[in-house]
Design a protein around this ligand. Structure first.
Ligand code: ASP
Length: 331
C-alpha cells in the first residue's frame, strides 16, 4: 500500500480556533484554541494523511499583518522545499482569508498543494463547521490531483481558487463564493471532484519572490461614494502610500474631483488602480474613465483587497505603469 501523504497544518487563529462562553451564544473570541485541541476534534484524520500540527500564530484574521503573512509564506516555502512534506494546510480567520490566500498564491514557490481553511462558527459552537472543514482540507492537500492548482481555500464542501474567492456573508456558513470564475471543485466528506484548473499564474509559476523582503510598500484603498472628498488621496500619499486602489462605484468609477486628484497623483508616479466596490464583475480599461490619458490601471477581476495585495507585491521591484497593468491580466 502507498504510504499516506505527509501534511503539515499551520494554525494561525480565527473563528475555527474561537471560543464562546456557551455553545449557543453568538458572541465569541477568535484564536483561543491551539492546533492540538483542534486536531482532536476531527475524527479519522489519520486515515487521510500523516498529519503534523504547528501553531504559527493565534490571531483573529482582522489582526493578520504583513509581518505574519511574510513569515507564513517563508515557513510554507521551507516546509514544501523539504522532502518530508507533501502538502500544507493553513487554518485562518475568514475575515482576511482571501488576502492571505492571494498573497500566498503570489509568493509560494512550490507545485505542492497549499490549502487554507477556517470556520464561521467557533470551535465551541453547536454544529461548529471547523472540524469538517479541516477534515476536507487535509483530504484536498493529500490528493495528488491537487498539485499545480495554486493556493486553494476549502470551506463548506467547496474548493475555491485564491484568485477567485471572496467572503460574501458576515455570518453564514455559506459565505465564500467564487463569483467571476466559479469553483475549482467540491469535497464531500473527503471525496474530491475538480472542475477546473486556475486560469491565472500562481505559486511555482509566479515571478514574485520574498527573498530579502521584510516589509511591503504602503498601498491604501479608497472606498468611492457619492460626493467623495478627494483630499483622502492627499492624506494617503502624504502618509507614504506608493499606490492607491480605488474601490470605485460601478465599473471602477469615482467622482470628477477624485478623478482629477488621482490623475494628478498618477502623473507624480503614484500607481492608481481602479477596482470596484461592487461584489462581482470585472473592471475594464477605458470604459467610462480614460485610463490611457490618466495613466490609471484597471484591476480586471481583482476586488480591492486583492488588487492591493498584487500592487504591494508588484512594487517590490521597479515596474512601469504598463507592466503593472499587465500583471492584473496575468495573476
Ligand atoms: N473575525 C474572525 C476572523 O477572521 C472571523 C472568522 O474567522 O470567521 O478571524
Amino acid at each position: 500500500m502507498k504510504p499516506l501523504a505527509r501534511i503539515t497544518i499551520l494554525a494561525t487563529g480565527g473563528t475555527i480556533a474561537g471560543v464562546a462562553p456557551s455553545s449557543t451564544q453568538p458572541g465569541y473570541t477568535s484564536g483561543k484554541i491551539d492546533i492540538n485541541n483542534m486536531l482532536q476534534a476531527v475524527p479519522n484524520l489519520a486515515k487521510l494523511a500523516q498529519v503534523k500540527g504547528e501553531q504559527f500564530s493565534n490571531v483573529g484574521s482582522q489582526d493578520m499583518s504583513f509581518e505574519i503573512m511574510i513569515g507564513l509564506a517563508r515557513r510554507i516555502n521551507e516546509l514544501l522545499a523539504a522532502d518530508e512534506t507533501d502538502g500544507v494546510v493553513v487554518t485562518h480567520g475568514t475575515d482576511t482569508m482571501e488576502e492571505t490566500a492571494f498573497f500566498l498564491n503570489l509568493t509560494i514557490k512550490s507545485a505542492k498543494p497549499v490549502v487554507m481553511t477556517g470556520a464561521m462558527r467557533p470551535f465551541t459552537a453547536l454544529s461548529a463547521d471547523g472540524p469538517l472543514n479541516l477534515y476536507n482540507s487535509v483530504a484536498v492537500a493529500a490528493d495528488p490531483n491537487s498539485w499545480e492548482r495554486g493556493v486553494m481555500v476549502v470551506m463548506n464542501d467547496r474548493i475555491h481558487g485564491a484568485h477567485s474567492l471572496t467572503k460574501t456573508n458576515t455570518t453564514a456558513v455559506e459565505t465564500f463564493l467564487s463569483p467571476i470564475n466559479g469553483l475549482m471543485g467540491t469535497v464531500i466528506y473527503g471525496a474530491i471532484q475538480y472542475y477546473r484548473s486556475p486560469f491565472r499564474k500562481h505559486t511555482n509559476i509566479s515571478e514574485f519572490s520574498l527573498e530579502g523582503v521584510t516589509c511591503l510598500p504602503r498601498v491604501d484603498i479608497m472606498y468611492a461614494c457619492a460626493d467623495m472628498p478627494p483630499d483622502l488621496i492627499d492624506c494617503s500619499v502624504a502618509n507614504g502610500a506608493k499606490g492607491i486602489i480605488i474601490a470605485g462605484d460601478g465599473n471602477g468609477n469615482m467622482n470628477e474631483a477624485t478623478l482629477q486628484k488621482a490623475a494628478q497623483m498618477a502623473s507624480l508616479g503614484i500607481f492608481i488602480v481602479r477596482s470596484s466596490r461592487v461584489s462581482t464583475g470585472t473592471v475594464g480599461r477605458n470604459m467610462e474613465v480614460d485610463d490611457d490619458a490618466n495613466q490609471f490601471i484597471a484591476s480586471d477581476e481583482l476586488n480591492p483587497a486583492k488588487a492591493r495585495i498584487l500592487l504591494m507585491v508588484a512594487l517590490l521591484s521597479k515596474r512601469s505603469f504598463q507592466q503593472v497593468q499587465n500583471l492584473y491580466y496575468s495573476y
